[in-house]
Design a protein around this ligand. Sequence first.
Ligand SMILES: Nc1ncnc2c1ncn2[C@@H]1O[C@H](COP(=O)(O)OP(=O)(O)OP(=O)(O)O)[C@@H](O)[C@H]1O
Ligand SMILES: O=C(O)c1ccc[n+]([C@@H]2O[C@H](COP(=O)([O-])O)[C@@H](O)[C@H]2O)c1
Length: 315
Amino acid sequence: MDNKHIVLLATGSFNPPTNMHLRMFEIARDHLNHLGFTVCGGLISPTHDLYKKKDLAPSIHRCAMIKQALVALPWVKISDWEVKQSCWTTTRNVLQYHQNFHDIIISSIRNGDEVDTSLFPVQFVKNINAKDLNQNMAINIRLLCGADLLESFAIPGLWKDDDIEAIVRDFGLVVVSRSGSNPHKFIYESDILTKYMANIIVVTEWISNEISSTKVRRALSRNESVKFLISDLVESYIKEHGLFGTLNNKSNDNDRSDLNTSSVFLSPSPSSKTFKTYQIDDKKINIDEPDNLQCTTKRENNCIKPKVKRKRKNQ
Ligand SMILES: Nc1ncnc2c1ncn2[C@@H]1O[C@H](COP(=O)(O)OP(=O)(O)OP(=O)(O)O)[C@@H](O)[C@H]1O
Ligand SMILES: O=C(O)c1ccc[n+]([C@@H]2O[C@H](COP(=O)([O-])O)[C@@H](O)[C@H]2O)c1
């Protein structure tokens, strides 16, 4: 975990994406830069429709809204890989897939293979082109999350202990503080998190802002202003498509021609034996799949976030 080049990957519902989701990337990047890391890119991976969170808008809309939000944050890109799978994928596997993807691209560049780097962190590509790419230089995908997601590790039955351990051991976490949470205490109370404490960076947001998607949805359904909470482009999209109980629902569900979310990042095509072939724009690329990518029926049925009181437990 000594790699200094980082791509921050945030998972979640983004239902809808808020300004705080975007700020989370900026705050984390500043902090990591102060610590001597190079954050060369960011990715948002919205969760699958089968996660079945209450009031979850279809992923086609969530992807389209994220694209609109990211107009203001061009160093972060959307990955639609997760939503395009046939079922919900664990965060561990989402991280592993994207790590494999970056590893393959880097080795292709080193081998002199022609690959489309348009989806790759711009600064990293510049370094490669400037030929100062150290042979050992690699990109480390890290999970970026708010402190509430970290604390959800303690919700009984929601995360597998093995997955939590793999996430902190193999990828690492960047946790942005959220009011009402105490990430340092939470890490202290967890054996697994304490063991891999060196891989967990807690970022304090001093300009605290408790924007949440839930509150934005509530305001929208009441026809209250959401200006400065979400981007104007996202707001227009929501109203145009009548999402989240907005009043001017045009019932235009059948007309989805404007929702061109195809290959926002990359899309799977039929698999081969050990690799899966992915179409990236007009190029095909083989990527080693994370081991147990298929989710089990049990896990699929477990997708619904249990309505249990959050209780901290020693893991
Ligand atoms: N205000 C915030 N401060 C810090 N992190 C945040 C904030 N809002 C969202 N996040 C983080 O962004 C990621 C994606 O969040 P998610 O889509 O669940 O948003 P949310 O606002 O928490 O949603 P909801 O209100 O629907 O539960 C999570 O890691 C979450 O912790
Ligand atoms: O990997 C897991 O076991 C796991 C268990 C619970 C939640 N997650 C992910 O965590 C994210 C939670 O998003 P949200 O909106 O419910 O805060 C979402 O991307 C889920 O896929 C992942």
